[in-house]
Design a protein around this ligand. Structure first.
Ligand code: 4NP
Length: 168
């Protein structure tokens, strides 16, 4: 990260990397691109604490729910890797179990400081975490997307204010 300490490389993490974190990545990508953050050095990715679904597209229920909001998800699931702690500046976890698991894998304390709950960025909705919809209903997938839109809006607004305007 340049020494201005603005986090430009953002990693979204959940358990399986097929529901919440690829959706977070898609919601963030849409809002960040509209704010031209990619032109200002911001990049993003997502992964899972578990590798069960490595190589898979997101869950079809999340693909469809995101698509209804104009978001196309193309991410292929992958497991969290040790290099992610060096490669990203901000590592956003969806729930308490993800947070503990990711912190346990961090190589040192400086890396633990990069890990933050996604729910910290909620402004309109009051939830302590982003609930796992995998064994849930269609409404649970909609709730996840509502929460992610709220949190990503805050994140994009913070970065938009902090980063210099695009040269173009
Ligand atoms: P995610 O949801 O962590 O939001 O991707 C899950 C996906 C798969 C499983 C659990 C949660 N699973 O048990 O396979």
């Amino acid at each position: 990260m340049p020494n201005d300490s603005i986090p430009r490389r953002v990693l979204f993490v959940c358990l399986g990397n097929i529901c919440r974190s690829p959706a977070a990545e898609g919601v963030f990508a849409k809002l960040a691109t509209a704010a031209r953050l990619h032109e200002r050095g911001v990049s993003w990715d997502s992964c899972g604490v578990a590798g069960w679904h490595a190589g898979d597209l997101p869950d079809s229920r999340m693909l469809e729910a995101a698509s209804r909001r104009g978001i196309t998800l193309t991410h292929r699931a992958r497991k969290l890797r040790r290099e992610d702690f060096a490669d990203f500046d901000l590592i956003l976890t969806m729930d308490d179990a993800n947070y503990s698991d990711v912190c346990e894998h961090a190589p040192d304390k400086a890396m633990v400081a990069k890990v933050k709950p996604m729910a910290d960025y909620l402004r309109s909705m009051r939830y302590a975490y982003i609930p796992d919809p995998y064994y849930g209903t269609a409404d649970d997938f909609e709730l996840v997307l509502d929460l992610l839109e709220d949190a990503c809006t805050t994140l994009v607004q913070d970065l938009d204010k902090a980063l210099p305007a695009s040269a173009a």
